[in-house]
Design a protein around this ligand. Structure first.
Ligand code: ADP
Length: 184
């Protein structure tokens, strides 16, 4: 199947739902036969960007490297899902400019909701002072100003968030809509 490459970039607080939504979207697209790759921040930090910390400089370097790989894949027709807190607007925009085919998904839930979920137990540790520079607690998060997609995960079901992302990618011409596929 001919396919256009694109980077779908999920940004948001820890626990907002980036991994959950990107994996669900990836599963759906895999079942439709698309070639895709997932770059998840937590996993990338154990290999590609191992050793980097959480200063602004290191966070920017983390995103720059993820963006570099994502660009290589995107220009070769792969659909890439990046899921990373990526708290700084400027570096997200820099990566956007470089890649071109770039769709930003703001995975948005209020801090208190993310903190109540505390999927990985990190907020508790951050509040206890065990983690320095934790986004939302002791480090900034700069929300996107004009994201292509916003998923309010405190207000919508996972399936709604997934449909939103897939619908937008179809509308932007990165995916064929199922009806278009069926009528070929
Ligand atoms: P992140 O990758 O942003 O750190 P995760 O995906 O690991 O976040 O965790 C998000 C948590 O929120 C999961 O436990 C997930 O089940 C829950 N959740 C509740 N509603 C939604 C939704 N609409 N979309 C995504 N996740 C949701």
């Amino acid at each position: 199947m001919e396919q256009r490459g694109v980077t779908v970039w999920f940004t948001g607080l820890s626990g907002a739902g980036k991994t959950t939504i990107s994996q669900a979207v990836a599963e759906e697209l895999k079942s439709r036969g698309y070639r895709l790759e997932i770059l998840d921040g937590d996993i990338v930090r154990t290999n590609l960007t191992k050793g980097l910390g959480f200063s602004k400089e290191d966070r920017d370097e983390n995103i720059r490297r993820i963006g570099f790989v994502s660009h290589l894949l995107t220009r070769n027709g792969v659909i890439v899902f990046v899921s990373a807190i990526s708290p700084y607007r400027e570096i997200r925009d820099e990566v956007r400019q470089r890649i071109g085919d770039f769709v930003e998904v703001f995975v948005n839930a209020p801090l208190d909701v993310c903190e109540t979920r505390d999927v990985k137990g990190l907020y508790k540790r951050a509040r206890a002072g065990e983690i320095k520079a934790f986004t939302g607690i002791s480090d900034p998060y700069e929300p996107p100003l004009n994201p292509e997609i916003e998923c309010r995960t405190d207000l919508e079901e996972l399936s709604e968030s997934v449909d939103k992302v897939i619908g937008a990618l179809e509308k932007m011409g990165y995916l064929q809509s199922p009806t278009a596929v069926a009528s070929q």
